[in-house]
Ligand binder design. Structure first.
Ligand code: PMP
Length: 402
């Protein structure tokens, strides 16, 4: 009898070899205590967090916490059911209202995670004989949704308007098409040229979805995302998002103005066949979303922090994935897996947590230390992060540019 685990032997061996070099395990970290959106105790040490998606620092907002506690007391710990059966409470309605108001759309549908929102939309909206056209660097949830459905999948080169145009031009004119874009691409922190891309999609009569997981709260006058900042709201058919980043809790959603949108509640399997979010979670999300709409000062401070970290690290000789700070994600390029893990490990021992990212999450075999900023980082914390990057590079033997 073959052991079905044997196929994972190369991964087991790779991890063992990496840990044998003496580094801490970057994928097995425990936050022993979390003090604020930017500080935690890790391995008994006070640590600055610069590898979370807590962009707007809403996890510890007093109004958000109070709303969660009240809902927990009033409605209990969970719904124990699907949205289409016993799992829609008043709070689920309210968070959908908060989303409609935030996005200025006529419909909003809340899923249990952003991953499931993408699974549901991709697998359901395009059927056999129809096409999904997606950026090659799309998030795993978009790819997984495509794999779950029956549409034909066409990939275009990352952020290439020309390649999108070429590939759309080859498809049958009458076939249904869904172009899938992301506002911010989470590995490199680069943003999509949405104005041009949406125009190309519309030229070929395609419907458009933009995943604003990393743009919500931060981009655009109302914090709707990169598509708002790009002025293409009228031509975007669906926006997908998550509560697990700027909103500061967990959950996912799709918003739209399409008059037939509500049918998705009946046909979207990742919406129907799973339990709905706990009442405390939807209450925290609704409160957070209402506050994000007016969080202009936080948006401005997050931009200041992002630009400061980008220019600071660049000035010290680190290679960054983008020329300037395009978003709150600053991805520092590392020469390889071992160097990346050494540097990550040195940083954690100096009290700085960043994300280590590696293939298959990253494009083109890249190894990255991804910093993501928070509106609640103080300028002094950003200075400390830059200093500790320099110290860590010395400890880990990472060469820096002159
Ligand atoms: N889309 C993108 C672009 C993401 O980066 C993520 C999460 N990292 C998701 C969707 C899924 O979000 P969630 O955490 O809510 O499942």
């Amino acid at each position: 009898m073959g052991d079905l685990f044997d196929k994972f032997d190369p991964i087991i061996a790779e991890k063992a070899a990496l840990l044998a070099t003496g580094v801490n395990d970057p994928f097995n970290l425990v936050m022993e205590k979390v003090h604020s959106p930017t500080e935690a105790t890790v391995n008994g040490r006070e640590t600055i967090l610069v590898g979370t998606y807590n962009y707007m620092g809403m996890t510890f907002d007093p109004d958000v916490i109070a709303a969660g506690k009240e809902a927990l007391d009033q409605y209990g710990a969970g719904t124990t059911g699907s949205r289409v059966l016993n799992g829609t409470y008043q709070g689920h309605r309210e968070v959908e209202e908060a989303l409609k108001d935030f996005y200025g759309t006529s419909h909003a549908m809340v899923f249990s995670t952003g991953y499931q929102a993408n699974l549901g939309l991709m697998a359901t909206m395009a059927a056999r004989g129809e096409y999904i056209i997606l950026d090659a660097d799309s998030h795993a949830s978009i790819y997984d949704g495509c794999a779950m459905g029956n549409a034909d999948i066409v990939r275009f080169r990352h952020n290439s308007v020309e390649d999108l145009d070429k590939r759309l031009g080859r498809l049958p004119a009458e076939a249904g098409k869904l172009v899938v874009l992301e506002g911010v691409y989470s590995m490199l922190g680069d943003i999509a040229p949405l104005k041009e891309m949406v125009a190309v999609a519309k030229k070929y009569g395609a419907m458009v979805v933009v995943d604003e997981a990393h743009g919500m709260g931060f981009f655009g006058p109302n914090g709707r995302g990169v598509y708002e900042a790009a002025g293409v709201e009228a031509d975007v058919d669906f926006v997908v998002g998550t509560f697990s980043k700027s909103v500061g809790t967990v959950g996912g959603f799709v918003v739209s103005n399409h008059p037939k949108f509500e049918v998705l509640r009946l046909v979207c399997r990742p919406y129907v066949f799973t339990a709905s979010l706990p009442p405390s979670v939807v209450a925290t999300a609704a409160t957070s979303i209402r506050k994000l709409k007016h969080a202009h000062n936080k948006r401005q401070h997050l931009w200041e922090n992002s630009r400061k970290l980008h220019s600071g690290l660049k000035a010290k000789g680190f290679k960054i994935a983008t020329e300037t700070a395009e978003s709150a994600i600053i991805a520092v390029l590392m020469p390889g897996q071992e160097a990346c893990a050494r540097m990550w490990s040195a940083l954690i021992e100096l009290g700085v947590y960043v994300n280590m990212a590696r293939p298959p999450a990253t494009p083109a075999g890249m190894f990255l230390l991804r910093c993501s900023l928070c509106a609640e980082h103080r300028a002094e914390q950003v200075d400390i992060i830059i200093d500790r990057f320099v110290q860590a590079a010395e400890i880990a033997g990472i060469p820096l540019n002159d």
